[in-house]
Ligand binder design. Structure first.
Ligand SMILES: [Zn+2]
Ligand SMILES: [Zn+2]
Length: 349
């Protein structure tokens, strides 16, 4: 099987909700970059799907998801929304007034896969930002979590005193995924597979004190991406949308801050006597040793973590590690001391 790397931007709003930019301009901005796919996620609506925006736009694959956004509770991204979108009796605007739990149960009942977005939330009264975090961690039903959000990462350290500096050098403020969230992800992974995805939460957002919107979509599309591994050519597949959604759900993907360097070429695999497995794989009852192999397209600091603790670290373009223990193994890569790549785990059960 030959898997290829395709990169996309996820968690994008348009004027179908509060993105303040027409959908055709969003698509054009993405076509002006080197993205293979984008995942749109307007609040509580699948209207862009009904109106025919999903599918190929030249070489760009547009996937229509939805951000279920209860007013007072945490939000999630719904993918695989075909059954939900196919049923026009489901009034998605009422999600605004429902609880997260009710929305999640309904979306999953209709066959959607759910990813908790901005799981830790963010409150910045001065800038009128109020994003709810997720509370209901005991409940399963979601397939994954947004472990790194460009918008939240940039916004987290923002103050009136550093405002101009943050706007002038936005990517210098990027710190990487929230360590508390990573630790929660490692904990959840001990019990079941939980895919990690990225989001940019793109809006043409104008906030108090700013003369113009903070970022253009074209700028945002060059920042944080999720790279998925898919067998064969995406453009030749009649199941391209399903393939991208499946790769997310299975954790056959990694996240990278491509503004530092395009991470295409990165890999993290487990070699065993039975075969070679990609990230996202759960390996049960393995007898022999497992040979973890990591490769990056440029030299960097590569860290292998087991259950959240570093078990191997190396400067270079490769890292190899022989393992005979159970655990949740994943990779973090830093380039020039900046967070660059975060893999999904390989689970040894
Ligand atoms: Zn939200
Ligand atoms: Zn959003």
């Amino acid at each position: 099987m030959v898997f290829k790397d395709f990169k996309g931007a996820c968690h994008i709003h348009t004027d179908y909700s509060d993105g303040n930019i027409p959908i055709h301009e969003v698509v054009t901005s993405a076509q002006d970059t080197d993205l293979d796919f984008i995942i749109l996620s307007d609040h509580n609506t699948l209207l862009p799907k009904h109106e025919g925006w999903e599918g190929w736009h030249g070489k760009l694959l547009v996937i229509i998801g939805m951000e279920a956004s209860p007013r007072r509770e945490g939000h999630f991204l719904a993918l695989n929304t075909k059954p939900l979108a196919g049923n026009r009796d489901v009034d998605l605007s009422r999600y605004k007034y429902m609880s997260s739990r009710e929305c999640l149960e309904e979306a999953v009942d209709y066959g959607s896969t759910a990813y908790i977005v901005h799981p830790m939330g963010l409150r910045k009264k001065t800038f009128m930002i109020n994003l709810n975090g997720w509370q209901d961690w005991e409940r399963n039903g979601f397939a994954g979590i947004e472990i790194w959000s460009y918008f939240l990462d940039w916004f987290e350290g923002l103050k009136i005193s550093n405002f101009r500096h943050f706007c002038k050098y936005p990517h210098l403020q990027i710190k990487g995924p929230n360590p508390k969230l990573l630790s929660l992800w490692d904990q959840l992974g001990k019990h079941r597979k939980v895919a990690g995805i990225s989001g940019i939460d793109a809006h043409l957002r104008k906030i108090p004190f700013a003369r113009r919107p903070l970022f253009t979509y074209k700028e945002l599309f060059q920042t944080l991406r999720t790279h998925v591994f898919i067998e064969g050519e995406l453009s030749k597949s009649d199941k391209a949308i399903q393939s991208v959604c499946n790769a997310h759900q299975e954790g056959r993907c990694y996240i990278s801050f491509d503004l530092l360097a395009d991470a295409t070429g990165f890999s993290f695999v487990a070699d065993t006597e039975e075969g070679t497995y990609l990230m996202g794989k759960e390996i049960f009852n393995q007898r022999g040793k497992i040979h973890f192999k990591t490769k990056t397209p440029y030299p960097a600091t590569i860290k292998l973590l087991k259950d959240g603790e570093i078990c191997a670290e190396r400067n270079g373009s490769t890292l190899e590690y022989l393992n005979n223990e159970k655990g949740v193994f994943r990779i973090e890569v830093y380039r020039e001391n900046k967070p660059w790549i975060f893999s999904n785990p390989i689970y040894i059960r």
